[in-house]
Every structure is written in C-alpha cells, then in structure tokens.
Design a protein around this ligand. Structure first.
Ligand SMILES: Cc1ncc(COP(=O)(O)O)c(C=O)c1O
Length: 508
C-alpha cells in the first residue's frame, strides 16, 4: 500500500468513516464525500448485486462467497482486497492440507484440551421442573474447560498456525473481556510469534486478571482510550501500517470476507462435537441450541453444524445491559440498524449520522458494536431467534449456575444461562437443550462481588450519602456501578443516588 493511501486510510479509520457507513448512504453514494480523495487508489468495493433483496429462506450454498444475503462483503480499499484474497487462498490451502489439519487436530486435543464435555446439568434441569411442572434436559457444552477458559482459543490457535504458515511472525489483535487476548497470547507463545493486543482503557480496569495473564504470556498490551470499539479500530490501524509482516487475528465472526467465514469454520468444532456427543448420549440431535451473542463466534460455532436441520431451534442471546429502552445495551440484532462497519455489512448500533453508539454490558465481551453478518442473515431469514437479557438477569444466572452445578460461567455465557428462565416454561417435557457455556467466570468474580455489594449498599445503607457527594465521569460511574438516570428508571429507589443525570439517545 502506498504511504499516501496508508495515511489517508488511517485518517478515515480514525474518523470512523470508511468502516461505518449506512446502507442508505452507500446506496446514495454519500460515502463519496469521505472517500473522494482515495477513490483512485483505494476505491470502495460495493457489488450492486449484493444490495438486491435476497430470498429469506436459509441457503448455505453461497455462504463461502462472503455474502449472507445482503450481509457481509468486503467494504475495503482496493489494496486491502489483495491482502484479503491472499488470506482466503492461504486459508483454503491450509484446510485442504492434510498436514495442517493433523497438526491442528493434535494441538486442539493436547494443548486446548478438546473435545470438551457435553455435560448434563441435572440440578439446573430440575430447577425448571420445580418452577414450571415440566422438565427440559439441559446440557452444557463446556467451552469454559478449554485452555485459557473460553471458546476463543479454537479460532486463535488455528489462525496463528495459518499466520505462521504464511510467514507472518507478528500477530495483532484486539480484545474486550480479555478472553480472546489470553487465547491469542498463549498460542503466540506456543508458536514463537510476537503478539500485540489492543485493549480499551476501561476494559483494562474491568478485566484486570486477564491483562496480567496476557502480559505473563509475553504479549505487548497497547492501551487505547475507551473500550473494545476503540481497540478494534486501533488493531486495524496497526495491521494496515504493517501489512507485509503482520497478521490481524479477528476474535469473532466479524470484519470483511473471509474473516467471518474463517472464524466460523475454526469455531465449528463446537457444533461438530455436539452432534457426535448428542448421538452418543441420546441417539439423536439437540432440539434447541442456545448461545450468547457478542460478535457471534461461539453462537456460529454451535449453530453452523445444525443450520440445515430445520427441526433444531437456534436461540441467540444478546446483552440488554440496563434494559433495551435505556440505550445502554449491546443488542445489535434487537435494536440496531443495517450499516457497514469494519469492512462488512451487518446490524450495528449507530446513530442517525451512521456513527457507532458504544455498546454496553456487564459482560464486557458482549460489547460489540456490530454483530457478525451471518447472524444478521440468520435473524432476517428467521432461521434463528434472538432475545436479550439484562445485566441483572445475567448476574442472577451466574450465581444460580454456581450454586446448582458448581460451575462458574463467564458473565457473557451467563446471558445464555439467564435466557433459560424465559425459554424453559415454553418447552415440552424432555426437550433436549444444548447451551454453549462459552467461558469460565473467574475473570468476573470481582465484578460480581462489586455488583452484589453495590446492590446491598443501595438496599441497606440508604442513609450513607457518600456516593451522593462524589463527582464522577460517566465511565467511572459505569465501572463502579454508580447509578445513572437509567438505573433510576429501573429501580426508583436509586434516584436519590443519581449523580449526573445523563441522557443517552437510544439508537432506535
Ligand atoms: C466467554 C465469552 N463468551 C462470549 C463472548 C462473545 O464473543 P462471541 O460472540 O464472538 O462468542 C466472549 C467475548 O469476549 C467471551 O469472552
């Protein structure tokens, strides 16, 4: 890439323009105002066929092309097109190479610890019988037992092996909750690759234990003001500035083609194992699949294997944060609009100008401004159903799984567990539910305790007005869970503690 193009491209990235444009803007060519200086060297690729209305029946035959109906694509400057095409070729070379496949299989078994168990959660199943009279059979896919504590390593390992095969010895990525960061740092150490991880300053404060692990594993942490939204843009900038030597390792099924397809393929080991394990355990398929949705990699990892089995119902659970109407949530599919962000078309949280509205959840890893394009297609084709649960519901589910099963799920996975409250009363007796327990929750213990203490304090210590006198900024309020106007709307007794009434435009 020429340095001029590089500079301009970085400028556009830093102003969030090239990566975040409304579909209507693109159709009306409003993006030209941002890209006119680049057009000769870095034109936007907008295949007009992709914008046509597509059939809503789910069709997987074309889904390796990078389009999922109107979603997906490669909205990138022309020079990145070559990089992405090379990446796609190398990906196919690798997965068709028996040696690569064998090395990956051995590493998944001996390093990651696959296969992960499909665990019958008997007491959790009984809990729903007690309340609702009929009992689903709930099975947890134990991705929390993977090395590093989450599903993220399935993808990080395979992509790092691919990068090394391509001669890229320097890995750059971004992390929110730190689980993808830990996974990437670990596999880079194992493979002798250098590793730079961009992380938002607020996320560093919210997930400190993972930061410590990443550093011990030899990664260089690059602190970026803000959250994952900001860190992921910085990772793109790092990559674009060093295209020859570096490899951008996406942690979810997002970004331009082939990234969503590659990450899905590397995560589909989850669903493949579930099919085999279900056959061994009850001689059939699951009736219902449940997964939390941030960018969507653990959900696609579970769903991909079963997309063609129409009798298998698929549920994705988004983070409703303080509530869908509060504006503080990460529910891109429930409340977002279609637009282009980070090189792909999908549902996004954006304002009227097409600028990203920062997502929020107590499950930091669910704070993705844009969801993977295939999930957008699953929503519009109605092949999967999407729901959301609040911070409070996720917190209760975290504690319930601890008490009933002795399993501590990540707060992200707790959103899927919490959804069982809404789902189970609707299910016939004996329904086989497979829930992806995408990660373990030791990283979240301090958050859970802090939230508990906060609630405790609000309930029993209302005479203490120390919070009332604290001057604080909004991010600090979020970090400390000091009540905002949105809290007060949900819990009127908190109103007396609200410091800085902060109105936030809902994105819809
Ligand atoms: C344990 C866990 N589950 C889920 C997610 C959400 O990511 P995705 O939707 O890509 O699975 C994260 C992200 O960090 C995570 O750490």
């Amino acid at each position: 890439m020429s340095s001029l193009c590089n500079l301009q491209f970085s400028y556009l990235l830093s102003h969030n323009k090239l990566w975040n444009n409304n579909l209507d803007d693109i159709r009306e060519k409003k993006v030209g105002q941002y890209t006119s200086t680049l057009f000769k060297t870095c034109k936007l690729i907008i295949p007009s066929a992709s914008l046509a209305n597509t059939s809503l029946s789910y069709n997987t035959t074309t889904h390796n092309s990078g389009w999922f109906g109107k979603f997906g694509g490669k909205y990138v400057p022309e020079l990145l097109m070559t990089c992405l095409s090379n990446l796609e070729d190398e990906f196919y070379n690798a997965i068709n190479d028996a040696k690569f496949q064998e090395e990956l299989k051995v590493a998944l078994r001996d390093y990651v610890g696959r296969e992960t168990p499909l665990y019958y959660a008997k007491r959790l199943s009984e809990y729903y019988k007690k309340d609702y009279g009929h009992e689903p059979e709930i099975y947890l896919k134990r991705e929390d037992l993977n090395h590093g504590g989450a599903h993220k390593i399935n993808n990080a390992l395979a992509q790092a092996m691919l990068a090394k095969r391509m001669g890229r010895m320097s890995i750059v990525t971004a992390t929110g909750a730190g689980q993808h960061g830990v996974a990437t740092a670990a596999v880079c150490a194992k493979l002798g690759l250098s590793c730079t991880i961009c992380m938002g300053s607020l996320d560093i404060q919210r997930q400190p234990s993972n930061v410590g692990i990443m550093e011990l594993l030899g990664a260089q942490i690059k602190t970026v003001d803000g959250t994952y939204k900001d860190a992921s843009s910085e990772a793109f900038r790092e990559w674009v500035a060093n295209l020859e030597s570096s490899y951008l390792l996406p942690g979810s099924v997002v970004g331009p083609h082939p990234c969503p397809m590659m990450v899905r393929e590397f995560q589909s080991v989850i669903g493949n194992e579930v099919r085999k394990q279900a056959m061994e355990k009850w001689g059939g398929k699951p009736d219902v699949l449940v997964a939390c949705v941030g960018g969507g990699s653990n959900a696609m990892g579970l769903f991909h294997e079963f997309k063609q089995d129409e009798e298998v119902r698929m549920f994705g659970v988004e983070a409703a944060g303080y509530g869908l109407e509060s504006g503080w949530h990460s529910a891109t599919l429930s409340k977002g609009d279609v637009g282009v962000y980070h090189g792909t078309m999908s549902y996004l949280l954006q304002d009227d100008e097409g600028q990203i509205v920062g997502p929020y959840s107590v499950g930091v890893g669910l704070e993705c401004p844009g969801v993977g394009p295939e999930l957008s297609y699953l929503k519009d084709s109605q092949r999967a159903e999407f729901h959301s649960v609040t911070d409070e519901e996720a917190l209760l589910a975290y504690k319930r799984l601890c008490k009933l099963e002795g399993i501590f799920p990540a707060l992200e996975a707790s959103h899927a567990v919490a959804f069982l409250d809404k789902l189970c009363p609707t299910l016939p007796h004996g329904t086989k539910v497979v829930l992806n327990c995408s990660g373990r929750g030791n990283k979240d213990v301090a958050t859970v305790q802090q939230l508990d203490q906060t609630v405790h304090m609000y309930n029993y210590d209302r005479g203490n007005n120390s919070l009332h006198n604290t001057k604080t900024t909004l991010p600090t309020q979020r970090l400390l869970n000091i009540p905002t106007e949105e809290h007060a709307l949900r819990f009127p007794y908190l109103r007396e503690y609200v410091q800085q009434p902060y109105s936030r435009k809902n994105n819809k």
